[in-house]
Design a protein around this ligand. Structure first.
Ligand SMILES: *Cc1c(COP(=O)(O)O)cnc(C)c1O
Length: 365
């Protein structure tokens, strides 16, 4: 492959010295489970997002599940979200015994907030907006609907670290937000990792108990809990990499602008919203186009050594065998047949973006 979709090995080699120094420090001190490095990362992540607390967890999926449990959502409750996301968003709602209620997405691939209010019933307890691809949902509208119906807002902000809308970061709008540090995310661990951010100190404390067996002291427990801790070694590495996130975001936005410019005249390609989107500050976790003859284009790019990704799709999440196929979501279903994520990662160069754009133009010429 001449242009890889993501390059975790290349990124490691560029920061190898710092990473190895950090790892050596953690390993020689024997600081393996919930030590100072994890507390430091939690503190720095909360400051970065603009919340009072961050709670490190094993991954974003566990974080969202603990969050639903912590706020008391369970059997009989409905939670509104989208199908156009990663499966985990819907799965956690199901796992706590509640029912996912799905709304369609709009032009920016995110929850169509005009369709939100119609999905509210007397059983609705929360809205889980998903900031897909690094762009925030119109959160002022979400908050408005939530206030009118007394609902909680819990953000799936797995793809939007550093992304903001009207000056407020993803994770800072609702009661809480869950981040993923899965390796392919903008801030990636060397394995699985996640965190939940909130400015509700009581909720943060409850999450800290739940992630560690319900433990409140060395020997005391507040009830049943889980083991969903963030590894201290991963936390130390994430803390180091967090400092590089602003630089990575700048680079991604620059590359997205080049894709935009290069693909502007290709009629068969619909580009994502641009980097200068008014109140939106998009961090481009993914650069996703809608493409005519998507599968043929992907095959053409592969033949040129360019890796792409279809996600979500080609089968929409609610059409997978998970008991949600009664939802009719025309925009989501159409998107799953046309979306294609182009290479965009922390190591990608301008010349590679030009190569990808050139290969797309050749295909449609
Ligand atoms: C990556 C992702 C998740 C899952 O995160 P994990 O850390 O792998 O559990 C959930 N939601 C969205 C939108 C994601 O992109």
């Amino acid at each position: 492959m001449s242009v890889r979709f993501w390059e975790p090995g290349k990124e490691f080699l560029r920061i190898e010295e710092e990473v190895m120094t950090t790892m050596r420090g953690v390993l020689t001190a024997g600081d393996l489970i919930m030590r100072q490095q994890m507390l430091d990362f939690e503190h720095n992540l909360a400051s970065f997002v603009g919340t009072s607390d961050a709670v490190g967890v094993s991954n974003c999926t566990d974080g969202m599940r603990l969050l639903l449990e912590a706020v008391g959502i369970g059997p009989g409750d409905e939670v509104i979200t989208v199908s156009h996301t990663f499966m985990a968003t819907m799965a956690v709602i199901h796992q706590v015994g509640a029912t996912p209620v799905l709304v369609d997405v709009g032009d920016d691939y995110n929850m169509d907030t005009d369709k939100l209010e119609a999905a509210v019933t007397s059983r609705t307890k929360a809205i889980m907006p998903v900031h897909l691809n690094g762009r925030l949902v119109r959160m002022d509208r979400v908050i408005e609907v939530a206030k009118a119906h007394n609902l909680l807002v819990l953000e799936d902000t797995a793809q939007a670290l550093g992304g903001s809308y009207m000056g407020v970061n993803g994770g800072g709008w609702g009661l809480a937000g869950a981040f993923s540090f899965y390796p392919a995310k903008l801030l990636g661990a060397y394995g699985d990792a996640g965190a939940v951010v909130t400015s509700d100190a009581g909720l943060a404390e409850r999450l800290r108990e739940l992630r560690d067996h319900g433990r409140v002291s060395k020997t005391g427990f507040s009830g049943w809990g889980w083991n969903c801790r963030l590894d201290n070694l991963q936390a130390a590495i994430l803390d180091l990499k967090l400092k590089k996130v602003p630089e990575w975001i700048t680079q991604r936005r620059r590359l997205a602008a080049i894709y935009d410019e290069e693909l502007a005249d290709v009629g068969a390609v619909k580009r994502p919203p641009g980097p200068d989107g008014g109140p939106f500050f998009d961090i481009y976790q993914n650069y996703v186009i809608e493409a005519d003859r998507r599968d043929a284009l992907a095959a053409h790019l592969a033949s040129r050594g360019i890796e792409t990704l279809v996600s979500p799709g080609p089968v929409p999440n609610h059409k997978q065998p998970v008991g949600l196929d009664h939802f009719h979501l025309p925009r989501t279903e159409a998107l799953c047949a046309s979306v294609l994520s182009l290479p965009l990662n922390n190591e990608l160069g301008e010349d590679q973006v030009l190569e990808v754009a050139g290969a797309i133009k050749d295909f449609y010429a």
